[in-house]
Design a protein around this ligand. Structure first.
Ligand code: FO1
Length: 475
């Protein structure tokens, strides 16, 4: 599949220079429009989209460097802690970045792993290499948005621009407001598909070599690992091979082995019918748009599966970015609509049938074997099946003293164990389950109020619960 994708890229265009770049993907982060005359390099500050190919931010950076006839650098600013990400998450990310470094070497692009906050390390970098423009990618989350803002405050002499390299339709272009749900954003996204759902040209071997080329040493990955201040008890998982190649291989196995069952089996955690791509997508190691372009081609053969995949990986995923971008309280109860806040408040003092502590939940010590199994799967594999994720979060609401506590515990566990934790989709999943965002009101009942309820018997009607419980029966 990797070769086939390379072939598609080079067949649409041989150079990014003759490619029409859709400028709607780019927005200025300061009001400087001119690249200083004595500039020596262009910099892509990579953050969310940790790949070279199929990356609009990288393509835009190279295009600018080619126009200016300047060398091209890529820098990643490694922070020692990020939203409580454990070793499992960081190792997955760092291994993917190793592949990025190798690819840069082959393409005459210089890769730098800078350790520390961007606002501290980038100003020095810009001065040292006489950077003419910084291009960065886009995340709707608070912390990375603050990074960009802080950098823009410190670096005031060169243009800083941002490219949404994660969404098919740039988040700020798809909608200018907080959407209610899939039904209100779907048309907005689909109507823009023709404009944005295009093939990627290749990032090419860069023709301009930096004088600094030979001074830059290869990254010391061990030192990078040692610099982390993370929970090292949550270790790597075996099933997911990090990096672009690993991600494309996962996509290939989805196409060859699982897509045929996706339409009917995607809600059955025993079926193994899902794409499993979310870890690679979270770290930007593969492009969601690439996955969509490939899956869309299978539509004549697997219409229903492809349409469901497009709904999940395009509409629902981009709705997640919309929520986090326009709702600053995306991870707490204030991010709920008024009807949901009211109903949760009305039922705040309802008697709970069981109350568990965070520890009880974390170590899967509940009476519910299905819930325990889902928690065990997450601890062991760093993932949880999408259908069970909803049940899992809703039970946390049922078994804790307040919706606030439920949200906090659900996010804590999701971010600690899941490879794709700390992602807009994770926050939206928790907020959908506990606060009814992107959902509607349902028949009122204890604790949940009008928030949609899920129960064990309902799961039994959907899949072989005992089989799943047996698979994940102990830690
Ligand atoms: N991005 C960075 O620019 N630097 C980091 O050190 C960094 C660490 C990190 C750890 C775990 C994780 O899940 C993501 C991490 N990211 C990092 C990427 C990033 O900011 C996120 O993927 C997005 O914000 C999600 O939208």
């Amino acid at each position: 599949l990797i070769k086939a994708i390379d072939h598609v890229r080079t067949s649409i265009c041989t150079s990014v220079e003759d490619f029409h770049f859709n400028k709607t993907r780019v927005r200025p982060m300061n009001n400087i429009n001119h690249i200083p005359k004595d500039s020596q390099t262009i910099l892509y500050w990579m953050s969310r989209d940790q790949r070279i190919q199929d990356n609009w931010a990288m393509l835009y950076a190279q295009r600018l460097a080619l126009k200016q006839q300047l060398p091209l650098h890529v820098a990643f600013c490694l922070v020692p802690t990020f939203l409580a990400a454990p070793l499992r998450a960081y190792r997955f990310m760092l291994k993917g970045l190793r592949e990025v470094e190798q690819e840069c070497q082959q393409l005459n692009i210089i890769f730098h792993l800078l350790t520390g906050q961007a606002e501290k390390v980038l100003p020095k970098f810009v001065e040292k290499y006489q950077v003419g423009t910084i291009i960065t990618d886009f995340s709707p989350l608070r912390v990375p948005r603050q990074w960009v803002e802080n950098v823009a405050k410190k670096i005031t002499t060169i243009p800083i621009v941002q490219v949404d390299a994660h969404n098919v339709v740039p988040c700020w272009y798809a909608s200018s407001k907080l959407e209610y749900g899939a039904r209100t954003i779907r048309n907005k996204l689909h109507k823009n598909m023709e404009e944005f759902f295009t093939e990627y040209p290749p990032v090419i071997k860069h023709p301009h070599t930096s004088p600094a080329h030979h001074q830059v040493k290869p990254t010391d990955w061990q030192a990078a690992d040692d610099s982390l201040q993370v929970d090292r008890t949550v270790d790597e998982v075996a099933w997911a091979v990090p990096g672009y190649t690993g991600g494309i291989e996962q996509l290939e196995s989805f196409i060859n082995e699982r897509v045929c069952n996706f339409a009917l089996g995607r809600n059955d955690p025993n079926k193994g019918a899902i794409s499993n791509l979310s870890p690679w997508i979270h770290y930007g190691q593969i492009s969601p748009q690439r996955a969509l372009l490939i899956i869309a081609k299978l539509r004549p053969k697997f219409k229903e599966a492809c349409d469901s995949f497009i709904e999940e990986a395009f509409v629902r995923r981009e709705l997640g970015d919309n929520y986090c971008y326009y709702q600053e309280n995306y991870d707490n109860i204030n991010g709920a609509w008024d009807w949901a806040k009211k109903t949760l408040n009305d039922h705040r003092n309802d008697k709970r049938t069981h109350v568990y502590s965070r520890d009880d939940l974390e170590y899967a010590r509940t009476y519910d074997k299905l819930w325990n199994a889902s928690q065990i799967q997450m601890i062991k594999e760093g993932k949880m099946h999408g259908f069970v994720r909803m049940y899992w979060a809703k039970k946390i609401l049922e078994w804790t003293n307040s919706p606030e506590e439920a949200i906090e515990i659900a996010i804590y566990l999701n971010d600690k164990y899941n490879l794709d934790g700390r992602d807009p989709n994770g926050y939206v999943g928790v907020m959908w389950s506990i606060c009814g965002i992107h959902d509607q009101g349902w028949r009122e009942r204890p604790v949940f109020g009008k928030i949609r309820y899920m129960n064990y018997d309902g799961c039994k009607r959907k899949f072989d619960v005992a089989k799943y419980e047996n698979k994940y029966s102990s830690l």
